[in-house]
Design a binder for this molecule. Structure first.
Ligand code: PLP
Length: 334
């Protein structure tokens, strides 16, 4: 076992995870080398953000849109023909428990299901039990610098397969595109297919022009993001027009604002694309006015969602924690 260091950065190493029905130390958890997730990337996953927000009777720690994440997990499982090993209530209980077992006010819960372990051969093996893995890690606060000043992105041809709608663990194409961004001093790669925007390496992309938010439709070319859906819903509630339509690559050059969104990064403004400033950022060097509004609205939406989660969990076997004090006690206990 790797020795853990007694500082916040090493905190994740002390995590507990759920693997095939048992809770075990993250660093001790093992799966077979024959697991098809390892051999073929034959599995699907979810990442769910957890934040602690102000509630009426104290602070509330809650996952954001957990039901939607498990609905997407079901769609991914169906698409790759793996029987869902758990019912929705069991997934929600597991999510509540993995959060509860860790002291961090902000977490990223990771859920993975693979087709299981079998002799290496391409066809689906008969009678294999899926591997179920649930873990969590501390979710660092999104740097104020990125919220206030935005991030840089670069473009690249989308070279991935045509099932990007499945949240598959086969992520090599995405990994290469993320590294492309890093290698070019940027924080995301915006991918283009046949002259149209698809998505980022690990984010969805929205383009804002004349007060309208445009985002590509849900096709096999991109992941139907929970966060971008949230943005569209929030915008619609506030009377901002959302256009779900194919977005031409050329529109990136004339956009007032470009946003990226994901569970881990929430919503961030892209202020520079391929080295050129985006829209309003040409003068200010900062995210535009629509971004500032959306950022605030998104934080409010998280509060509403946290209240809904706690209302939904009330009466379930695993009680959600409702006070900062409880968080503090857990922090001290670790
Ligand atoms: N697109 C890709 C390729 C992703 O990997 C992700 C998230 O990891 C997203 C979009 C955003 O999805 P979500 O908002 O559900 O996190």
């Amino acid at each position: 076992m790797i020795e853990t260091r007694n500082d916040a950065a090493a905190d994740w190493q002390r995590a507990t995870c759920y693997l095939n029905g048992e809770w075990t130390s993250l660093l001790d958890a093992k799966v077979s080398v024959l697991d098809r997730g390892f051999i073929f990337g034959d599995g699907v996953y979810e990442v769910i953000s957890v934040d602690t927000v102000a509630g009426r009777g104290g602070s509330l720690r809650a996952p954001f849109r957990a039901n939607e994440h498990f609905a997407r997990l079901q769609r991914s499982l169906d698409a790759v023909r793996i029987d869902n090993p758990l019912r929705l209530e069991q997934w929600l209980d597991l999510t509540a428990e993995v959060i509860e077992r860790h002291p961090w006010p902000r977490q990223l819960v990771y859920v993975q299901v693979t087709r299981g372990a079998a002799k290496r051969d391409h066809p689906f093996p008969a009678g294999t039990v899926p591997t179920v893995f649930v873990s969590t890690s501390p979710w660092p606060t999104i740097p104020t610098e990125q919220i206030e000043h935005g991030v840089a992105a670069v473009t690249h041809v989308d070279e991935r397969w045509l099932h990007c709608d499945i949240k598959s663990t086969s992520l090599l194409g995405n990994v290469l595109m993320k590294q492309y961004a890093i290698d070019h001093g940027a924080s995301e790669t915006v991918m283009l297919r046949d002259g149209y925007l698809t998505e980022g390496s690990s984010t969805n992309i929205s383009v804002i022009k004349g007060g309208v938010i445009s985002t590509p439709p849900k096709t096999v070319q991109l992941l139907p993001g929970i966060t971008v859906d949230g943005i569209a819903q929030i915008a619609a509630q506030r009377g901002v027009k959302v256009d779900v339509r194919p977005v031409a690559a050329s529109e990136l050059k004339t956009a007032d604002e470009i946003w990226l969104s994901s569970s881990g990064r929430e919503v961030l403004a892209i202020v520079s694309l391929d080295g050129a400033p985006v829209g309003a950022a040409a003068n200010t060097g900062k995210p535009g006015p629509m971004y500032r509004k959306m950022y605030e609205w998104f934080q409010q939406a998280k509060q509403e969602d946290a209240r809904a989660w706690h209302a939904q969990r009330r009466g379930s076997a695993i009680k959600p924690d409702v006070s900062e004090q409880a968080d503090e006690q857990r922090t001290q206990a670790v």
